[in-house]
Design a binder for this molecule. Structure first.
Ligand SMILES: *Cc1c(COP(=O)(O)O)cnc(C)c1O
Length: 377
């Protein structure tokens, strides 16, 4: 599933050390697939999945919009050619001065999930459009986003009424079903919640326009996943079921589904060893680990496909670990990973489907929040 262009690049350029190689052709295909699967929904690429300037430029050229979580991400999108009206400030947790900066850059759509955040936006971005995020249970997601974002639907009603009272435009409702969502019907109950919020507000003379259906579209790792088309059909059926003939404007915010399968990481086996002579599980140490970009192996949540030149040889389960001196830097141990018995030190491995959430998690300012600065005095 890794493309010939990526394999060629690694073979001919021989980059030293672990690296991610992303094929823009795949990103383009993914964008077109989303567009075809949900032709009436605007696509807001979730920048945090992979903010490489080449990716943002390609998507801006294709007509994508951008979901940004920080002023730094907004600036990245604008630098890639997006206009401010194509940018949503989708983080529900923002400093008031960052809201003001975004407003000054021309951004006019903001996420909220509390009265407190509405007050900040009313002060720092008067007249802006806001959408309120509702909680989802995240069930069926392999990387759930849990309870950190969103409020219960009844509170969303109050928050949007409050926004209206403070002179903001109460624009809609958002949710995120959880990342790497493999259940096709996961959007259904969230859309039912969204519709209830629409109805409650309409009773008060406030007419919402938009439902932001978030991300969650998966990447194929070890198991097959449904197509974008299948997600589109299921989501559209739910929209019809709950909104009937009065379909709202809709947005999707794919991150993983846009770039995950577009990249592969080249890594190297640094050591293969055992902890005792009787040990039947070998330890394979790579030159990349949790702190070098594979953070989503936390709790062994995301299980990548790992390809070696020795595939086809007999395999045995191995503990797979990263190179750092932190004992948390183990990728797969609870469920050991089958690797060729013949695998040896110096072998190259390809970790597939790693285009999303790898470079960002390796501490180059995740989500645009800069890495910890230090002053040594
Ligand atoms: C991270 C994030 C996304 C992207 O989620 P994926 O599961 O990668 O598609 C979309 N919207 C918001 C608000 C996010 O925080």
């Amino acid at each position: 599933m890794t493309t010939a262009r990526i394999l060629d690049f690694i073979r001919t350029r021989r980059p030293d050390g672990p690296c991610l190689v992303v094929d823009l052709d795949v990103v383009r295909d993914n964008f077109q697939s989303f567009r075809k699967a949900l032709p009436d929904s605007a696509i807001f690429y979730a920048v945090k999945a992979n903010p490489a300037p080449e990716i943002l430029r390609l998507l801006a050229n294709l007509g994508s919009n951008f979901d940004c979580a920080s002023v730094a991400e907004i600036e990245m999108a604008l630098n890639a050619g997006a206009t401010a009206n194509c940018v949503s400030y989708g983080n529900t947790i923002k400093k008031e001065r960052d809201i003001a900066r975004a407003h000054a850059l021309g951004v006019s759509m903001f996420a909220v999930d509390s009265h407190e955040e509405v007050e900040k936006i009313a002060r720092a971005a008067p007249g802006a459009r806001v959408f309120c995020r509702v909680l989802t249970d995240g069930e069926g997601a392999e990387w759930p986003l849990s309870r950190k974002f969103g409020c219960v639907p009844q509170m969303a009603v109050d928050v949007l009424v409050y926004a209206h009272q403070l002179g903001l435009v109460s624009h809609g409702v958002s949710f995120h079903v959880g990342s790497q969502m493999t259940k096709l019907d996961a959007w259904d109950s969230a859309l039912a919640d969204a519709k209830r919020v629409f109805d409650k507000l309409a009773q008060q003379g406030i007419f919402l326009k938009m439902v932001n259906m978030g991300g969650g579209f998966p990447t194929r790792y070890l198991k097959d996943i449904p197509t974008a088309q299948a997600y589109g059909q299921s989501i559209f059926a739910s929209l019809r079921k709950h909104f009937g003939n009065q379909l709202p404007e809709t947005i999707i915010e794919p991150g993983r589904g846009m770039v995950g399968n577009a990249g592969a990481i080249k890594a190297e086996v640094v050591l293969v060893s055992r902890k005792s002579d009787e040990d039947d599980v070998r330890w394979v140490y790579l030159d990349i680990g949790k702190f070098g970009g594979l953070a989503e192996t936390m709790d062994e949540a995301i299980r990548y496909s790992i390809v070696t030149a020795r595939d086809g040889d007999a395999t045995e389960p191995c503990v797979l670990a990263g190179p750092t001196c932190d004992s948390a830097d183990v990728l797969y141990e609870k469920t050991p990973y089958p690797m060729p018995v013949s695998l040896t030190i110096g072998d190259e491995v390809l970790i597939e489907g790693t285009g999303a959430y790898t470079t960002t998690y390796s501490a180059v300012a995740f989500n645009g929040f800069e890495p910890l600065r230090s002053y040594v005095i």
